[in-house]
Design a protein around this ligand. Structure first.
Ligand code: ADP
Length: 670
């Protein structure tokens, strides 16, 4: 993978077997996300060959998507949904989903089934993500730092779940994590990616054996100087030292390295080798022989790199020689009809909207403003005996339809893109078409409800209403065609706008300008001709004219520029905008959906948190995750066993006190 002339992945060659739990480790900027997103089909590689479940992910279809599960860190989507409702809905996209109730039990969320997603704690929210990741019984599950934010108990439960999925259901799991203990506990094999190359790959035991080559022995020499030595054979060295000193060795300390040591060792050798994993294969083989891998250091007790480099580099081995039994699964998945899923989704979203007091009051406020405005207008439409208030209300009805299409819809799309809804549906078979169907239903529902409420309320105070069947028919087609003119346009705008905050600022001003110049609030003939001509290019002027034609008596034509309703022109202009809108919306929405990926989502959310201009922080300088940051020395906070009291103090004390409490106050001798 390269960006321009920068190569971010070089010769990454790995093979992950069915049923295997595979962990990808590496420092920030090593290329883990890039690797995983290429495998997920969210990023196009620049060279090389990739097969995931037998298919090139760059050309994967919905059936393939149905066999993949995804758990990303950056998801904040579907906030208004109840947990059970969300799982039940997502189950409908898959041919053979898990039972949502059983799944809730499996991830420990049974008691939260009816809770809204935005009222869950961070850890519970992640469990929902895990549940959604496995609801379609995926053959392959991608987990992106899955236990970040989990408490120890949730972490243990999650580890048990992952092991169960892999061991009993044969699910293949690719895990990226910064938690080395987690990788060691879960993974069958671990690959360490550093600077775009696989620096080491093997089972935790193999890596530990490699790490054994770097065991460290520290002691104080008879002359009082601190000494330390790295060796593959610490016992041999200690025996030797005994012989040399012919007595006890002062301050002897043998430190057997952990996976963390191997990891740090690999990371700090960054940039020194050029040929991937073979370096370490050689290293293990050579160092295991004994003294050959040993160097002695004197002085301050700080060590540098051991500097050992193998001689020749052979052909690079593939990372993936080991085969575990996993079951090959069903054939191509059948994908549920997106239309049905979309209609269901639209219905649920409408229900959420009705229950959302804040949003509902926003919509109702528009209606109230229009009615208040009308009560202050007392004169008649020039040249007629028709109250001007009726013309204003008809125009405002058109503006509300226009606003739903080009303001509310783009805002909704941008917000949902930022929260990850679009990515979630992209990762779901049939998700994007269902999303579009749902949004169309929602928009039509909101538009019709707004018109009904506005015209119904206005009718109580002598507002405009269609005259005869012809008027109703005109109302119907102008509303339909008007929505067709503005909804795809709004979708196209939503696909390109940067974020919800800027979106509103960017759309509001032109929308207000159109409201004033389009003859929605007062006859357009009061505007200078040039303004009339400009406003005539946009759909709002014609939507307002069409609604006036349906709602006002024919005498009101006197106030129109042409002295007639010009319904054929209304139809033509709105149809032209509808065609243009579709021509723009389809490719732009496709592009927006195609570009969605976990890393983009995270980058956008980071920008939103910083509240500033887009900026790519150099990977190496990104802060380490909290659990890798050094805690204040010696101080540890613990939660009292049983959650009763907090315990604080040096780590050993806290552990001891918690253990004693758990032991009914008795001291644990072990
Ligand atoms: P990791 O997930 O291990 O932190 P990434 O895969 O995100 O690493 O990034 C690997 C490298 O690729 C980094 O140096 C990063 O700056 C670079 N990179 C990632 N995405 C882009 C991009 N769209 N354009 C240019 N460079 C990129």
């Amino acid at each position: 993978m390269s960006y321009g002339s920068t190569h971010v992945l070089r010769g990454v060659d790995l093979e992950i077997r069915r049923g295997e739990i595979f962990a990808l480790l590496g420092p920030n900027g090593a290329g883990k996300t890039t690797t995983v997103e290429i495998l997920e089909g969210f990023r196009q590689r620049s060279a090389g060959e990739v097969r995931v479940l037998g298919t090139d992910p760059a050309r994967a279809d919905d059936a393939w998507r149905g066999r993949i599960g995804l758990v990303l860190q950056s998801w904040r989507d579907h906030r208004r949904w109840q947990v059970a409702e969300l799982l039940t809905h997502f189950a409908t996209y898959y041919p053979d989903p898990r039972d949502p109730a059983e799944l809730l039990d499996l991830v420990g969320l049974t008691h939260q089934a009816r809770q809204r997603v935005d009222r869950l704690s961070g850890g519970q929210r992640r469990r929902v993500d895990v549940a959604l990741g496995i609801i379609g019984r995926p053959e392959l599950l991608f987990l992106d730092e899955p236990t970040t934010g989990f408490d120890p108990e949730a972490r243990r439960d999650f580890h048990d779940l992952i092991e169960r999925l892999a061991r009993t259901e044969g699910v293949t799991i690719l895990l990226t994590t910064h938690d080395l203990a987690e990788a060691e506990r879960l993974a069958d094999r671990i690959a360490m990616l550093v600077d775009g190359r696989i620096r080491a790959c093997g089972t935790p035991a193999e890596l530990a054996r490699r790490a054994a080559a770097q065991a460290e022995v520290r002691w104080t020499a008879p002359d009082g100087r601190p000494r330390h030595e790295r060796t593959a054979d610490p016992s041999g060295l200690v025996w030797e030292l005994h012989r040399e000193t012919a007595g006890p060795i002062a301050d002897l300390e043998v430190r057997r390295p952990t996976l963390e040591d191997t990891y740090l060792h690999m990371v700090h050798r960054q940039g020194t080798d050029t040929d991937g994993t073979d370096d370490d294969a050689h290293r293990t083989g050579l160092a295991a022989g004994g003294d050959t891998g040993r160097q002695r250091h004197e002085g301050d007790g700080h060590d540098g790199d051991d500097g050992h480099r193998p001689g020749g580099a052979g052909p690079r081995p593939r990372c993936g020689e080991r085969r575990r039994g996993g079951r090959a699964r069903r054939g191509p998945a059948r994908v549920a009809a997106p239309l049905r899923a979309g209609l269901r989704r639209g219905g649920i979203e409408l229900r959420h909207l009705l229950r959302d007091r804040k949003e509902m009051s926003g919509h109702l406020a528009n209606v109230v403003v229009a009615l208040l405005l009308a009560t202050f207008i007392s004169d008649d439409v020039p040249g007629t005996r028709i109250p001007m208030a009726q013309l204003t209300l008809s125009g405002f009805a058109a503006y509300l339809l226009f606003q739903i299409g080009v303001i509310n819809l783009p805002q909704m799309l941008v917000t949902e893109r930022e929260e990850g809804t679009l990515l979630r549906l992209r990762a779901t078979p049939g998700g994007i078409p269902a999303y579009l169907v749902a949004k169309s239903l929602l928009i039509v529902g909101v538009a019709v409800a707004t018109l009904v409420v506005l015209l119904g309320a206005a009718a109580l105070v002598d507002g405009p209403l269609p005259h005869g069947p012809g008027g109703w028919l005109t109302l119907l087609w102008v509303t339909g065609l008007g929505l067709l003119a503005v909804v795809p346009l709004g979708a196209a705008i939503g696909a390109v706008l940067p974020n919800p905050r800027e979106a509103l600022a960017l759309i509001m001003l032109p929308a207000m300008a159109l409201l004033v110049t389009s003859g929605a609030m007062f006859p357009i003939t009061t505007m200078p001709t040039v303004v009339q001509n400009i406003a005539s290019v946009f759909p709002l002027r014609w939507m307002a004219q069409g609604l006036r034609a349906s709602l006002l008596p024919d005498a009101a034509r006197a106030a129109e520029p042409a002295g007639s309703w010009q319904l054929p022109t209304v139809a033509m202009v709105l149809a032209a905008w509808a065609v243009l809108g579709f021509l723009l919306a389809v490719p732009l929405l496709r592009r927006a959906a195609r570009r969605e990926s976990g890393s983009r989502l995270t980058a956008r959310q980071t920008r939103a948190q910083l509240g500033g201009a887009p900026r790519r922080e150099p990977a190496a300088r990104r802060p380490a995750p909290p659990h890798l940051r050094a805690p204040p020395r010696g101080a540890v906070w613990g939660r009292g066993v049983g959650g009763a009291r907090a315990v604080a103090g040096p780590a050993a004390d806290v552990a001891g006190r918690c253990a004693r409490r758990a032991n009914g106050g008795r001291r644990r001798t072990a």
